[in-house]
Design a protein around this ligand. Structure first.
Ligand SMILES: [Zn+2]
Length: 505
């Protein structure tokens, strides 16, 4: 039987930027979805990558005295390093300067031109000459440049337009028929009301741009921003090149994007897909933005949260845990250093770390490290908790409620810690109640095994450590089956390790 497919993407990150929490956050979220669906038995394809064309890249290259391609080649390595450090398990990494991508961009322009959805017109707008930035707005406004503050000039040049206006009704119909297409719901409502106001055709080429994909039928014109960038989601899975792969992977199950680019993903992207006759992705999920200790993060303040720095202090798993636990995915929030420390010490070191450590310590102390037989009490209160847990967590994962899923898992961690206090294994040992003690320790170890499976998408390294400490081989059963209470074999030898999350000051 063939496995169901699951395709998840991150935005492609600009190569003039560098890895920080703003791009690590959606990448970690997509990684959690990918790992979870792999656990559940899906054939997962997880795509990330970099956006490498455009004026900013051209200019940064000039400053460094290298070609734009060399500049992109240098910077892309930062992303590879960051994703490796953060344990990101992407299956593919697309760069928009790759031939497999550029070919598809050109093919799409040709298709749009031939169908009449692309036409030559004139771009008119405000332009900052020194910054070479185009600004929106009518002729009467005369805005100042947002980058340098200098006055702008009225400017016009020939450009190709994508006939976006034609897709207003089809888009509204799409949102009506597939309310999950844009999530969270308040984003869908924002998008819908803007689309209802009407759509203008979109200028998608520039003649002044050098570092961009040329149109095959009019090479003076080069792709300007969005068609090039958005196309990565299909060029990476074989659109126009490998039909078999494309049919297998597309449509994407979820595009994880930032709220700043929701318009492009919820309006321009589906319109473009309609124009070229390609099925729509199932969901576009927009995440919110972080501030840092109450302040907006900016280059000038130099106050970006850098996941590699936090990881060197707390460990990679703690970073992944914290950003998913602290904030409801989809809303804005504040990254407070004090909250990181607090959650680390209480939830990771205190609740989970302590449960694992004391369970294994007691099995070593009372049973010479061998998982005892629970025959005298085949069931326990923890088993009931575990049964409903999977359904709840699965609901949360399919709706990208990461924080809620962790909350649910931690209720179970705390329940298991309470079970230790209720059963008092040290007292059972003193009383010589071996059978009751054995059942208690088996059930605690079983709870630890189940927790290891449930935290794996979030904290893969800690999950691996738990499994090895329990003396178990890698899990091969689909998650739901692996979570059945009693799956832990008796008689195997555990090997307690160091505490998973040593307390921090
Ligand atoms: Zn300027």
């Amino acid at each position: 039987m063939s496995r169901p497919n699951y395709y998840v993407t991150t935005p492609i990150y600009y190569v003039t930027d560098q890895p920080h929490i703003g791009n690590s956050y959606p990448t970690i979220a997509a990684d959690i979805l990918a790992r979870y669906h792999r656990q559940c038995g899906y054939d997962v394809h997880f795509l990330t990558g970099t956006d490498e064309h455009g004026l900013k890249v051209q200019r940064a290259a000039q400053e460094h005295g290298v070609t734009p391609q060399e500049h992109a080649d240098n910077v892309v390595q930062r992303y590879h390093d960051a994703w490796k450090l953060l344990n990101i398990s992407h299956d593919d990494f697309i760069r928009t300067t790759e031939p497999r991508h550029e070919r598809v961009v050109q093919m799409i322009f040709k298709k749009l031109f031939e169908s009449g959805d692309l036409y030559l017109g004139e771009y008119r707008g405000w332009y900052c000459v020194p910054c070479e930035t185009f600004l929106a707005g009518g002729e009467e406004q005369k805005p100042k440049c947002p980058d340098c503050g200098r006055p702008t000039e009225w400017y016009s040049e020939p450009t190709y337009f994508f006939r976006l206006s034609k897709y207003q009704e089809p888009l509204l119909k799409l949102y009506e028929e597939h309310p999950n297409f844009v999530r969270p719901e308040f984003r869908l409502n924002e998008v819908k009301s803007r689309v209802r106001e009407g759509l203008r055709d979109l200028s998608v080429t520039r003649t002044s741009l050098e570092w961009a994909v040329p149109l095959p039928f009019d090479p003076k014109h080069r792709s300007y921003v969005w068609i090039d960038a958005l196309t990565n989601y299909i060029s990476a899975v074989g659109y126009g090149a490998d039909e078999e792969q494309f049919r297998k992977r597309w449509p994407a199950d979820v595009h994880v994007v930032g709220k700043d680019i929701i318009w492009f993903h919820a309006v321009i992207w589906p319109a473009l897909l309609m124009a070229i006759g390609v099925e729509q992705p199932k969901m576009v999920f927009a995440h919110g933005w972080w501030t840092h200790n109450g302040k907006k993060m900016s280059k000038s303040k130099g106050n970006f949260v850098k996941p590699d720095e936090v990881a060197s202090q707390y460990g990679v798993d703690a970073v992944r845990y914290f950003v998913m636990r602290e904030l409801t995915f989809g809303l804005d929030g504040d990254y407070r250093d004090a909250a990181m420390l607090q959650r680390y010490n209480s939830e990771l070191a205190g609740d989970l770390g302590n449960l694992v450590f004391r369970t294994l310590s007691m099995i070593e102390r009372y049973f010479e490290g061998v998982i005892p037989d629970p025959a005298s009490e085949p069931t326990c209160p923890l088993a009931d908790g575990a049964t409903t847990l999977y359904a709840d967590v699965n609901d949360c994962m399919t709706s990208l409620q990461f924080s809620r899923a962790l909350e649910r898992i931690w209720e179970f961690v705390r329940r298991a810690n309470t079970y230790v206090e209720e059963r008092k294994p040290w007292q059972l040992n003193k009383e010589g109640a071996r059978e009751k003690l054995g059942a208690t320790m088996y059930h605690l170890a079983e709870a630890v095994r189940i927790l290891g499976l449930l935290i794996e998408p979030y904290m893969p390294a800690s999950a691996g450590a738990i499994r090895r400490q329990l003396g178990l081989p890698p899990e091969t059963r689909p998650l739901q089956e692996a979570l059945q209470w009693g799956g832990l074999p008796k008689g195997i030898r555990v090997q307690r390790g160091d505490p998973l999350f040593p307390k921090k000051e």
